[in-house]
Design a protein around this ligand. Structure first.
Ligand SMILES: *[C@@H]1O[C@H](CO)[C@@H](O)[C@H](O)[C@H]1NC(C)=O
Ligand SMILES: *[C@@H]1O[C@H](CO)[C@@H](O)[C@H](O)[C@H]1NC(C)=O
Ligand SMILES: *[C@@H]1O[C@H](CO)[C@@H](O)[C@H](O)[C@H]1NC(C)=O
Ligand SMILES: *[C@@H]1O[C@H](CO)[C@@H](O)[C@H](O)[C@H]1NC(C)=O
Ligand SMILES: *[C@@H]1O[C@H](CO)[C@@H](O)[C@H](O)[C@H]1NC(C)=O
Ligand SMILES: *[C@@H]1O[C@H](CO)[C@@H](O)[C@H](O)[C@H]1NC(C)=O
Ligand SMILES: *[C@@H]1O[C@H](CO)[C@@H](O)[C@H](O)[C@H]1NC(C)=O
Ligand SMILES: *[C@@H]1O[C@H](CO)[C@@H](O)[C@H](O)[C@H]1NC(C)=O
Length: 791
């Protein structure tokens, strides 16, 4: 018997990758190509879509802008006709620029023209569904007070960039909704199996799609047969319907998933309106191109959305904040400059540190937590010992059956009970339940094992896997019960020590509330921010595990119109819905004010007083790099007391500190911008959090707070210093009045450590006795004087 199965398993994975269809390699390679910035010269001769970015628009007349794009391109390619053929998109509302098919030398020529900020190749993004993006889930967010007081977000418009929408779902009923907001300028566009007259209504007020950038990358036509995709806003995948209904779905009573977790489901802002921008296509789980997303930003800004919800990310290493290959960072800069809050997922690359994406300070970045719900499923062994697993088993119970573990034979450890590579002898398995082990946190490992067991005539599966991961359901009524390695090992001992081992699998039950506590999900990407460690990311956390919401009937895991999914993709629209409620309550709040309200009021402890943990190995108490401010508390955020506000000037401050040059920043902002000769400190960006990545002895930073409560208020500072850190605040009492709405204060942070430490965590709060305006404070000391050149 060989003990170490890690190496062979890895080899096996590589082997599997090689077997992927050629088209998969194409997308993967393109992805690597852009992601890692290598192989640039290989495609010299070919034309590829490039984004020619011109910064803030110079005219208000969109026709003039488009003409200027054509003229510019014609100068380079030789004729206006050719230019018209090559242009994929003209960006003219939110900012100026265009996407066009260009050879490298044409791109080079354009890049040298005056007025061109930069020319960059288009790139592809992935949808953020955890690992395989199709787990199981259940939603239960109920911001009652803010929900009622905001009239459930009525009139607020949430734009969703995703895989489109399944408009027939009850989640998008417009029953009882008032007219479409007058200011709305967007359109609902008919296409394949999508009739604008029938499919848009007072809930789905806009719907269109963007595919040209994607197709240019994909390099061949999209296969639209067998309902694989629709050239229209219709959702062939389910992800877009799930996220849109989570953000703003109407109330639907008596919904359950296979009888589990029954109840009423709804979106965060059930009376908000939806504008659907389909930018992701149903290829390899969902692929979205930067060129398409920039076009969607451009039009959404013009259309009049209030909130944008993007459950989309790229991959590490990240592009800089002003690099349009990212698409999201630049597009969202323009949106935020116009008061639109942009909510993005943190990505699903946790629990490792520095994996958080969408890190620009103007974005609201969302981590995912579990909820206080579980689905215990009794596993009774032939010796009458019962263990509790987790499953969504509501099918027929079949009493005691034989139980087998496929033992390793010969020298190939892969022949043993590894779920993702099971090979079973039907004679041994028929009519029995199989136990297997997996280290892969993927639904595919569970579902493929279930297929193999079913094919061999087995009647059930017990999967031993990392406990801190989402639940993976099996399709149909086939029981797939998950246990942790400890229980899995005890079941294995039982099998090995019995001549005829047997097991009985019972129905799953739903339990809700205490004693279950929410945790930051295993997969949720973690800080620190790899672009700017002083800018705390993620910002906030919301439920993203086992979320039940409406989906497309073409979703593989659909049951009667609904599916449970997990990922920061699912957490993101929770926050988008909450932001819609806050917008309805406080139409004058900027995106930064909304972020501040969420961060400073978030739950760092469960309301029962227990701390919140973060899954991982090992599990630990959650810190700001796991959950930002904490788990979003909508009612608290509706009345935060004080706000740490920001506007474009603050983001320029940030861009200057990041070392972007004056010309690039000026183009981005549309104003001549000179960064101050004395570089400002990144620590002074007016965030609702304080993160000091390299404290040497002592540092002083400034913040400005704006009173958002009663005019005459007195706030006092409450400090919880991180371990070995001395924190003082000046002034430590803030007196607000009718005349004084904004007050500056400074925070001095001294280290008593004489060594390099990891991060220690504390907080700085302001309280008037009613509100508690709490900022997470994270400090790492760096005593590198002998080596540092700048000290
Ligand atoms: C869309 O639906 C309307 C209303 O039923 C109908 O009049 C129209 O012909 C439909 N359009 C298409 C292209 O089917
Ligand atoms: C499109 O997909 C279907 C189903 O997978 C397949 O049968 C068909 O050959 C594909 N068409 C093309 C043009 O690839
Ligand atoms: C709820 O749904 C179940 C199954 O779909 C159905 O049997 C039951 O009658 C419904 N209950 C109500 C109150 O509508
Ligand atoms: C298990 O429990 C059942 C019912 O309580 C009993 O009939 C049976 O003998 C028990 N089996 C063992 C091995 O203890
Ligand atoms: C399956 O197991 C049976 C019984 O142990 C054995 O006779 C048979 O050869 C096995 N078949 C294969 C394909 O290994
Ligand atoms: C503050 O302003 C409010 C309304 O603007 C006014 O009613 C109130 O009298 C003012 N209070 C003071 C102390 O000036
Ligand atoms: C507060 O700080 C801001 C930015 O640092 C500065 O512009 C402003 O003048 C300060 N206000 C006061 C009252 O000191
Ligand atoms: C913090 O450090 C500064 C500069 O070294 C010093 O002036 C100040 O007294 C220190 N404050 C505390 C509370 O130790």
């Amino acid at each position: 018997m060989l003990i170490d199965i890690q190496l062979p398993r890895r080899v096996r994975n590589i082997h599997v990758k090689k077997m992927a269809p050629a088209s998969a390699l194409l997308v993967n390679l393109l992805f690597l190509f852009y992601g890692l910035g290598i192989l640039m010269t290989v495609v010299e001769a070919a034309s590829n879509v490039h984004i020619v970015y011109l910064g803030e628009k110079q005219h208000d007349d969109p026709k003039l802008i488009t003409n200027s794009h054509h003229d510019m391109l014609a100068d380079v390619v030789g004729s206006k006709e050719l230019a018209s053929q090559l242009i994929v998109y003209s960006y003219k509302h939110g900012f100026s620029g265009f996407a066009a098919k260009l050879t490298e030398s044409q791109a080079q020529k354009l890049a040298e023209l005056p007025g061109v900020v930069r020319v960059i190749p288009n790139s592809l993004h992935k949808l953020q569904t955890t690992r395989s993006w199709d787990f199981l889930g259940l939603s239960s967010y109920s911001p009652v007070n803010a929900l009622q007081r905001s009239n459930m977000g009525d009139g607020v418009i949430i734009g969703v960039f995703d895989t489109g929408i399944w408009p027939e779902s009850k989640a998008f009923s417009d029953e009882g909704l008032g007219p479409i907001p007058f200011r709305w300028k967007g359109v609902c566009k008919s296409g394949k199996q999508f009739n604008a007259t029938l499919n848009c209504n007072k809930k789905i007020i806009g719907a269109r799609w963007y595919i040209d950038g994607f197709l240019a990358e994909y390099g061949k036509p999209l296969n639209t047969s067998e309902d694989l995709e629709f050239l229209s806003p219709r959702d062939a995948n389910g992800h877009g319907t799930h996220t849109a209904s989570t953000a703003a779905g109407a109330f639907i009573r008596n919904v359950s998933y296979k009888g589990l977790g029954p109840g009423t489901i709804r979106g965060g802002a059930p009376r908000a309106r939806l504008a659907i921008y389909k930018v992701c296509w149903n290829v390899f789980g969902g692929q979205c191109s930067s060129a398409d997303m920039l076009k969607a930003f451009d039009e959404a800004i013009y259309d009049g959305v209030d909130v944008l919800s993007l459950s989309i990310g790229s991959s590490i290493p990240l592009f800089s904040d002003i690099d349009e290959r990212d698409g999201i960072a630049t597009g969202s800069f323009h949106a935020v400059a116009r008061g639109i809050t942009v909510v993005c997922g943190a990505a699903n690359d946790g629990p490792s540190a520095q994996t958080v994406q969408n890190t620009a300070p103007w974005i609201l970045t969302v981590a995912a937590s579990t909820m206080d719900r579980a689905f215990p499923t009794p596993i009774t062994l032939g010796n009458n010992k019962t263990f509790l697993g987790q499953a969504m088993f509501t099918g027929k119970e079949i009493g005691f059956r034989g139980l087998v573990y496929p033992e390793a034979s010969g020298l190939d450890p892969n022949a043993a009970g590894v779920c993702q590579s099971l090979s079973l002898n039907a004679t041994l398995v028929a009519g029995k339940v199989v136990l297997c082990f997996t280290s892969m946190a993927r639904r595919a490992a569970v579902t493929s094992a279930a297929e193999v067991v079913k094919a061999a005539g087995g009647v059930g599966l017990i999967v031993a896997k990392n406990p801190s991961d989402a639940l993976y359901p099996c399709s149909g009524d086939f029981p797939c019960v998950e246990v942790d390695y400890e229980i899995g090992t005890r079941i294995l001992f039982y099998i090995r020590s019995n001549r005829s081992p047997a097991v009985k699998l019972s129905h799953s039950k739903t339990i809700v509330g205490n004693p279950l506590l929410p945790k930051v999900a295993y997969f949720s990407s973690r800080g620190p921010n790899s672009i700017a460690p002083a800018i705390l990311k993620p910002d906030i956390t919301a439920p993203g595990v086992n979320i039940l919401a409406a989906t497309s009937p073409l979703d593989r895991f659909e049951d009667n119109g609904y599916a449970m999914h997990s990922g920061t993709s699912m957490a993101t629209p929770h926050v988008s819905g909450i932001v819609a409620l806050l917008k309805a309550l406080h139409p004058d709040w900027s995106p930064a004010a909304i972020k501040s309200a969420l961060v400073t009021t978030a739950w760092r402890n469960h309301p029962s007083g227990y701390p919140i943990f973060a899954e991982g190995s090992p599990q630990k108490l959650a810190n700001p790099f796991d959950f930002g401010g904490g788990i979003a508390n909508p009612n608290g955020a509706a009345d935060p007391g004080l706000l740490y506000d920001m506007d474009t000037a603050d983001y320029i401050h940030y861009l200057c500190v990041m070392g972007y040059n004056n010309a690039a920043i000026s183009r981005l902002t549309g104003q001549p911008t000179e960064c101050p000769s004395k570089e400002p400190s990144i620590l002074d960006v007016n965030l609702p959090s304080l993160t000091i990545p390299n404290l040497r002895k002592s540092i002083t930073l400034t913040r400005t707070v704006t009173n958002a409560g009663a005019p005459n208020s007195i706030y006092r500072a409450v400090i919880e210093p991180p371990f070995g850190i001395i924190v003082s605040v000046k002034p430590d009492v803030l007196l607000f009045s009718n005349q004084t709405k904004k007050i500056n204060f400074t925070v001095t942070i001294n280290a008593t450590h004489q060594v390099n430490t990891g991060y220690y965590f504390g907080s700085l709060s302001w309280t008037d006795g009613i509100h508690m305006v709490k900022s997470p404070l994270s400090v790492r000391t760096e005593m590198l004087q002998p080596y540092a050149s700048d000290n």
